[in-house]
Design a protein around this ligand. Structure first.
Ligand code: DGL
Length: 280
């Protein structure tokens, strides 16, 4: 693939697990003709409680792997990895366009009527400079209520989108926010859009939930267009998945989370590098 011209090369997307599929879903809608390589670093999930330096090393290794497979642009479909590594990724791979994620504090601050916003994200995302800068710039005069939803990423990884345990985690996070009259909830982790129905069942119809995935898909399209790298093909692009854990579990979840199937290849970490385990 690396020998093809950029328009025909794939987009590379990565996350610690299935969360980035919420971003891929939006990218498939916006850019159906693009080929995509999706890497889930499920051997290391969750990222959200790990040290930044460790996540940076994972992000470097994953990006190098996706570029070696011919990726023309990288979507860091993970708020935690973006918080920990986006800046350093851009410095280390200056020729590569990156799209990163940040909690949608800016749109939430302009949409809220009550001036009270809830943000759900991982501890590492909240601890990062990116989040602090967002709040500083865009949330002056807005009250923000945060929750890290412990265990929610793992529930979603196991496809438990609507179980009593998943509901209990969300109720614990959202009930105090609702008591404070929050009217907007920011999903600052790419896993969380998969539980929007449950979130909305808890919050009721007067609270808005912001899923950033469509905006990320539009930004991806804009960047590709700027480079002249949009795939001009009419046919639907191919999807290729990689996981550093069990390919069968990821494959089984794809129809439910993405609405499509795809072949999953196992990769393994060898030091700070990823290598294919099964035949590509
Ligand atoms: N999906 C990742 C994010 O957007 C976090 C999941 C994890 O903690 O591994 O932050």
């Amino acid at each position: 693939m690396a020998s093809q011209s950029p328009p025909h090369q794939p987009i590379g997307i990565f996350d610690s697990g299935v969360g980035g599929l919420s971003v891929l879903r939006a990218i498939r809608k916006q850019l159906p003709q693009e080929h995509v390589l999706y890497l889930a670093d499920q051997a290391h999930i969750p990222y959200g409680t790990r040290q930044k330096t460790e996540i940076r090393d994972f992000a470097f290794g994953i990006t190098a792997f996706l570029l070696a497979k011919g990726a023309k642009l990288i979507v860091v479909a993970c708020n935690t990895a973006s918080a920990a590594a986006l800046h350093e990724l851009r410095a280390r791979f200056p020729q590569v366009p990156f799209v990163g994620m940040e909690p949608a504090v800016k749109p939430a601050a302009s949409l809220t009527q009550t001036g009270r916003v809830g943000v759900l994200a991982t501890p590492t995302t909240f601890a990062g400079d990116l989040y602090a800068a967002l709040v500083d710039r865009f949330a002056q005069g807005i009250e923000i209520y945060k929750d890290t939803c412990p265990g929610l990423v793992e529930q979603i990884e196991h496809g438990k989108l609507d179980t009593p345990a998943t509901r209990a985690i969300l109720e614990k996070a959202l009930t105090p926010m609702l008591a404070e009259n929050v009217d907007t909830i920011v999903l600052g982790c790419t896993h969380y859009p998969f539980v929007i129905p449950l979130i909305e069942a808890i919050t009721g119809p007067d609270v808005r939930t912001i899923d950033p995935a469509p905006a990320i898909a539009r930004q991806t399209a804009r960047l590709l267009d700027q480079h002249g790298w949009l795939n001009p093909a009419k046919a639907r692009g191919r999807l290729q998945f990689y996981t550093s854990a069990d390919p069968a579990s990821l494959e089984a979840l794809l129809p439910r989370l993405l609405g499509e199937t795809g072949s999953v290849t196992q990769v393994a970490w060898s030091g700070l590098q990823l290598e294919i385990v099964t035949a590509d």
